[in-house]
Write a protein that binds this ligand. Structure first.
Ligand SMILES: [Zn+2]
Ligand SMILES: [Zn+2]
Length: 389
């Protein structure tokens, strides 16, 4: 059972939707044109309910199957990135400085493809909730939708999502049970010293030395406070200070990112970061303020739902084209908020040789859209078959 024939038949139409969406990339929750386009298509397909304005421009469309049954949630993200496009394609971004460099135009298209097919055929019991969310890249659109009570309001029992992956074989799938994407926290450190003449450091409290000391000491959280068998990345990614070669500045600023999978590791890093910053500040005679922001939680796939999803992926792509135990990644994904509330699975769909995600030359591969749409459609038909399991 490869790609659904009916979906393959409207692949050219999906390509048109995707390339149109590619011309109108929007950021964060401000996905107004994108949401309007999606809503127009969903109305055309004859979905039974369309609930707009979730997390500003997000929406949930309901398609009723035949007979009673649970509601299954399928999610696509719609937002783009603040990148100047360099693909050279004729349907390039018309919003200068914004670009679909993560393929969310393709994700939206795949879910629209599944919606068209499911609204037409309705070979399933219960209902499907098609979740179109804004602000995956920044702003946590999924978190807002969950906080607004989406799961309860639409009585969603389980959730699935796909993300394209450059340089994974075109049309193949990859996933793993358990943690698949890391949590992401961000830290900002503001150091207040006392500046002065570069030739008279004894009259200053030098924030440059304190910044260097902190950057080094922060690395010991990974190398000396953390058990080596668990995954953890702590990266200092910016240090800003100073303006002249003969002036010791007043202030310095550092920030960076923390990636892990375990809540207790995350809590340990937060605690140690506070201790290290305070201790370093005292030893260098400066004041330091740490702001530690907890971001997306780890994306954790449910074991049983992932086994089920991998089986569906095998049906669509063939046994040889599904990796069901991939290495987890240190990147992050806000679908994690939905997976915290309901069991489900997140899978990657290979888009073949390609520039990387978030690269100005990246472009979603239209040939994989029917594969993703078929996966979504089959998930619904197999999870909630007519006449029960
Ligand atoms: Zn992205
Ligand atoms: Zn993405």
């Amino acid at each position: 059972m490869p790609v659904v024939n009916r979906i393959a038949a409207f692949a050219p139409e999906m390509k048109e939707w995707r390339q149109h969406l590619h011309t109108i990339p929007e950021l964060g929750v401000e996905c107004h044109k994108t949401a309007a386009f999606v809503a127009e298509r969903l109305r055309e397909f004859g979905v039974d309910e369309l609930h707009e304005g979730l997390a500003t421009t997000g929406m949930v469309a309901i398609i009723n199957g035949q007979g009673d049954g649970p509601t299954i949630g399928l999610r696509a993200d719609m937002d783009a990135l603040p990148i100047l496009e360099a693909t050279g394609v004729e349907y390039a971004s018309t919003h200068e400085g914004k670009m679909h460099a993560c393929g969310h135009d393709g994700h939206t298209t795949m879910l629209l493809g599944a919606a068209k097919y499911l609204a037409e055929t309705r070979n399933f019991a219960g209902r499907v909730a098609l979740i179109f969310q804004p602000a995956e890249e920044t702003g946590g659109g999924a978190e807002v939708m969950v906080q607004e009570g989406m799961m309860e309001r639409f009585d969603i029992k389980e959730v699935y999502a796909l993300h394209n992956l450059p340089n994974l074989e075109q049309g193949s799938f990859s996933t793993t049970p358990g943690p698949i994407m890391a949590s992401v926290d961000t830290f900002h450190i503001h150091i207040q010293g006392k500046g002065g003449h570069g030739a008279m450091p004894h009259e200053t409290r030098d924030p440059v030395m304190a910044a260097c000391g902190m950057a080094q000491a922060i690395q010991t959280i990974v190398s000396r406070n953390h058990m080596a068998t668990q995954d953890l990345v702590v990266s200092v990614t910016q240090i800003h200070t100073g303006s002249a070669d003969n002036v010791i500045p007043d202030t310095a600023y550092l920030n960076g990112t923390v990636r892990t999978f375990e809540k207790d590791v995350k809590a340990m890093v937060k605690r140690r970061m506070g201790e290290v910053v305070a201790g370093q500040a005292a030893s260098y005679g400066v004041e330091a303020t740490l702001t530690y922001d907890e971001g997306f939680p780890a994306t954790i796939n449910d074991d049983a739902k992932t086994e089920f999803a991998a089986d569906i992926a095998r049906d669509v792509a063939g046994d040889a084209h599904v990796i069901a135990d991939q290495t987890r990644e240190m990147g992050a994904e806000d679908f994690s908020y939905m997976l915290e509330k309901r069991p489900g699975s997140y899978l990657f769909l290979g888009q073949g040789a390609s520039a990387g995600l978030h690269h100005p030359e990246y472009n979603f591969n239209d040939d994989i859209a029917p594969v993703g749409a078929s996966f979504f459609a089959r998930i619904v038909e197999q999870a909630q078959p007519l006449g029960g399991k």
